[in-house]
Design a protein. Structure first.
Length: 403
């Protein structure tokens, strides 16, 4: 099925004298309506599971009652796809990246105004905070023209869906540099939490520990001794049926407890997201669990994406956390499972900067671009941008491995 062509006002054209190409944006409202062959070409540019229709449909189904989704293909005059993007309209707490002072004020004000700071936002991206982008541009395309065509489409969607902000997220430094033409279209660049990643040159966690300097290895061993003394039990699950069986509503509440304590929370994933993820990507998903008898007290989801292993989301019973170094040991066991799968890199996620730096991870900044839609949003962003989106301090760096 060929997706409908957006109205003429969404077609980006330039005068004949311009050397820049003309692009057309085609938009559909469901993954099921995407032209399979055109979307499949994104794998040649960005071979990532996060642009896979199975992942996109997982998010669509999980957030069907909370957001609206669009998927865009930008084509040239020969109908050749040159860019692909997944979009969503979703309510988001814009104060989540604010400084601690403003967040403290907001917490007090929300006693009287519970919805303070929650704004309907149009994202180039999806409501799943994994530090990933859902935009791909072919290397031979003209970035400025592609971005202009997409932005005209976004503004039309923003007007129709009455959003306050338009946000393109999340991009590493190279991706953000390619999106620099957005700055000329009224966007401002801000920073989200850095992504932490470990070069996976170890065959398992024991091999990793052997490469650590002695005082870092001592810290790991001390946490492991506390864990062994706790009597807790670890399981590494890769069978989809087994994962679905153990991931109950009670277990999911451990994830909700972690989100509630997180300083950055753009969304709360429903349990349906995880069930759909296992159903649609069974060969890629894993679950590390820690149990006290028959009761799971901690877990971490993993996902293999080509040669990269991603830590996804975790859950913790905070009443058991201190006596067993539960978070540390959960991360260690997840790393062991990840390394045994032979990836080139393990992405350990965002936040918890100090712990992840002490694991030996390197941190890569993540950026987003934001533009107000409407006069009120424009005034608020003009005067409050630095308060809402302050510069993020760089995390610590440790030399943890032996020469």
């Amino acid at each position: 099925m060929t997706p409908p062509v957006v109205p003429v006002s969404h077609v980006h054209t330039r005068p004949p004298s311009s050397a820049r190409p003309t692009y057309v944006v085609r938009v559909v409202g469901r993954v099921a309506d995407l032209p399979a062959s055109d979307w499949a070409k994104v794998r040649e540019v960005a071979p990532t599971v996060f642009m896979d229709p199975r992942f996109l449909e997982t998010v669509e189904r999980a957030f069907a009652s909370q957001g609206r989704f669009h998927h865009a293909i930008v084509v040239d005059r020969h109908e050749r796809p040159v860019a692909w993007a997944s979009l969503c309209t979703f309510p988001v707490d814009v104060l989540t990246l604010a400084g601690p002072g403003l967040q403290a004020l907001a917490r007090g004000a929300r006693a009287a105004l519970p919805g303070l700071g929650s704004l309907r936002t149009l994202f180039v991206g999806l409501p799943v905070s994994l530090g990933q982008s859902h935009l791909a541009i072919a290397p031979d395309a003209e970035p400025a023209a592609v971005l202009a065509a997409l932005d005209e489409t976004l503004q039309a969607i923003a007007a129709r869906e009455r959003v306050w902000l338009v946000v393109w997220k999340e991009f590493d430094p190279a991706g953000a540099a390619r999106l620099a033409p957005l700055l000329e279209r009224g966007y401002r660049r801000a920073e989200s939490p850095a992504m932490h990643a470990l070069d996976a040159r170890f065959k398992d966690f024991a091999d990793y520990c052997a490469a650590l300097k002695s005082h870092y290895r001592y810290d790991v061993r001390r946490s492991e001794r506390k864990f062994r003394a706790s009597g807790l039990r670890v399981a590494q699950l890769h069978d989809a049926a087994a994962i679905r069986r153990v991931y109950t509503a009670e277990v999911h509440r451990l994830y909700e407890a972690v989100v509630a304590r997180s300083p950055v929370k753009l969304e709360v994933l429903p349990i349906e997201f995880f069930h759909e993820l296992v159903r649609r990507l069974p060969e890629l998903v894993s679950l590390t669990t820690i149990a006290d008898g028959d009761r799971i007290v901690a877990f971490n989801w993993g996902l293999m994406n080509g040669r990269v292993h991603h830590y996804l989301f975790c859950g913790l019973d905070y009443t058991r956390a201190p006596d067993a170094d539960l978070y540390f040991n959960l991360m260690y066991h997840q790393l062991d499972d990840a390394l045994r799968r032979g990836p080139e890199r393990v992405e350990v996620g965002q936040t918890a900067d100090t712990f992840k730096a002490r694991l030996g991870c390197g941190a890569t900044p993540r950026y987003f671009f934001v533009k107000p839609h409407g006069l009120v949003a424009g005034a608020a962003l003009r005067h409050g941008f630095d308060l809402l989106f302050p510069a993020r301090p760089r995390g610590p760096v440790y030399s943890v491995f032996r020469a």
